[in-house]
Design a binder for this molecule. Structure first.
Ligand SMILES: Cc1cc2nc3c(=O)[nH]c(=O)nc-3n(C[C@H](O)[C@H](O)[C@H](O)COP(=O)(O)OP(=O)(O)OC[C@H]3O[C@@H](n4cnc5c(N)ncnc54)[C@H](O)[C@@H]3O)c2cc1C
Length: 474
């Protein structure tokens, strides 16, 4: 019999065992050199360059079950990829069996029950597209190409957060393949501890194969879009963001950014690459009210571009997609903020003036609203004191520029950290951010998460994530 080495794990698996395992799968198994392997192992952030031993493009629950059982039986490392958007590259690990769920993308909407069931490989724009047929939506993120599962398991923030909380607050059930290779349901009625842990604790407890979200009436038309001014207007624009955000109704979400202008068709060519300050706004209630709510933004100063207008919600959800393409190098630092201090705005302007690449940005996303009003014990995501999230986003193309870009982000962050609530978003943490930052993100929930881990994954089968070590209940 021929022996095959699963790279990096020091395990020789007889070819016959692998052949027998493959025969039990419906989806393709890709090894290095196979067509599609490179595409599958590559994630959004080009800083991450890892090579799984094999990629399984799962086609359903049965494939996932076979893979988890196979990995356990042969003590193989598993990693799980949904959208591959995680900036730390948690979806991919050297030498692992990678479960690539990106072929599992079915979406079923039940408009009467106001619930959508989405398979775990969906990108968020695909879910919005189907739910919007019925004028419904759930809380998802700001970029339509992000995977729903990684986003939901870490919390999830978007234009609807101020109305209905974290994405995780809007989950009503999940289908999960456990470390034992069993398919179970997690909801408030079934396996409630697992359900709690999954809504913020990441991929620590099992492989999620499908998610049910509650839906709300949204759109299809909303008032949304962007306005930009020369960066010299930044003091006034950031002050406008601060004052509008303080009075904004839950239907309105604001975003402010300072960055070199992207080569977007709505911005004049002569401005591309030059420093600008901008606003994004999205009002998801009554259209007339929306027009009134965004009027102070549209009438401010002399914009160089203005596409803030009635448009479809689906369009709004993909407005930022082109600014964050797969394959660039990315490094982020982020913090939750309790309020916008004028002194913070000064620091944003100061550090934005030193951006080393035309793809860098400093962005403020408004949160708050319903998020602050829901109970802290509802899920491990917590951080219900967050009113805004600050993201210092370094982005560039060449590996030779890594140091200068990362250094810029780190400096800006260490200078602005003083304005933080002390909390941060687990889904925005980079590869070099460790236990202290996970503590800042999950805080008081960690001991309970460790007990849930001990019950559902005592041998730490699922460890290519923000890993929670299993501990027994006291
Ligand atoms: C351009 C960009 C924009 C973003 N915008 C937002 C935003 O608006 N709002 C927001 O909240 N976040 C946002 N994020 C952060 C995003 O939530 C995280 O990057 C998230 O991890 C992405 O999910 P994914 O499925 O693409 O992740 P992947 O990279 O595929 O996986 C990330 C982690 O999730 C685990 N995981 C994935 N699928 C499963 C599964 N089926 N079962 C168990 N574990 C699984 C993996 O093991 C891994 O640990 C953004 C990220 C990017 C890159």
């Amino acid at each position: 019999m021929k022996a095959t080495t699963v790279q990096g794990q020091g395990i020789d698996l007889l070819q016959d065992i692998i052949t027998s395992w493959k025969s039990r799968l419906r989806g393709p198994v890709l090894a290095p050199g196979d067509a599609g392997y490179e595409d599958s192992r590559t994630v959004w952030n080009a800083m991450i360059d890892r090579r799984p031993a094999m990629v399984v493009r799962c086609l359903g629950n049965a494939d996932v079950i076979e893979c988890v059982r196979f990995a356990r039986e042969h003590d193989l490392l598993l990693c799980i990829k949904c959208g591959g958007h995680n900036i730390a590259g948690l979806a991919v690990a050297d030498g692992a069996i990678m479960l690539d769920l990106s072929l599992m993308r079915g979406v079923w909407v039940d408009p009467d029950r106001r619930v959508v069931h989405a398979q775990a490989g969906c990108l968020l724009g695909e879910v919005d597209r189907e739910t919007q047929v019925h004028g419904l939506a759930t809380v998802l993120g700001f970029i339509s190409l992000t995977g729903i599962t990684g986003l939901t398991l870490g919390g999830g923030i978007g234009y609807l957060t101020r109305r209905w909380g974290w994405t995780a607050d809007n989950v009503v059930g999940m289908d999960v393949v456990t470390a034992e290779g069993r398919l179970v349901r997690a909801s408030s009625d079934e396996n409630a501890d697992l359900f709690w842990g999954l809504r913020g604790g990441g991929g620590n407890f099992g492989v999620v194969t499908g998610i049910d979200y509650m839906l709300h009436g949204v759109g299809p038309e909303i008032v949304g879009g962007a306005v930009a001014w020369p960066a010299s207007e930044a003091p006034g624009v950031l002050e406008l963001y601060r004052t509008l955000a303080e009075q904004a109704p839950h239907e309105l979400t604001l975003v402010a950014f300072v960055r070199p202008a992207p080569a977007a068709p709505w911005l004049p060519k002569e401005w591309h690459g030059r420093p600008i300050v901008g606003f994004l706004a999205c009002y998801t209630g009554n259209l007339d009210e929306g027009e009134k709510a965004v009027a102070p933004i549209k009438s401010f100063g002399k914009p160089i571009g203005d596409i803030l207008m009635p448009r479809t919600y689906v369009q709004m959800q993909s407005l930022l997609d082109a600014t964050q393409p797969k394959g660039r190098r990315y490094y982020w630092k982020s913090e939750y903020l309790p309020r916008i201090e004028p002194a913070l705005c000064e620091k944003i302007i100061e550090h934005a003036a030193r951006m080393p690449s035309t793809y860098c940005a400093v962005t403020l996303f408004q949160m708050g609203g319903a998020l602050n009003q829901l109970d802290d014990s509802r899920s491990p995501v917590g951080n219900r004191d967050a009113e805004h999230v600050l993201i210092i986003n370094a982005s560039w193309e060449q590996p030779d520029d890594d140091a200068v870009n990362m250094e810029w982000a780190r400096r800006a962050w260490s200078d602005m950290r003083q304005f933080s609530t002390g909390g941060t978003y687990i889904n925005f943490l980079c590869e070099d951010e460790g236990a202290e930052r996970v503590q800042a993100a999950l805080g008081a929930a960690l001991p309970r998460l460790a007990q849930i881990k001990a019950r559902w994954d005592p041998h730490n089968v699922f460890r290519t994530n923000r890993n929670i070590k299993p501990t027994s209940a006291a």
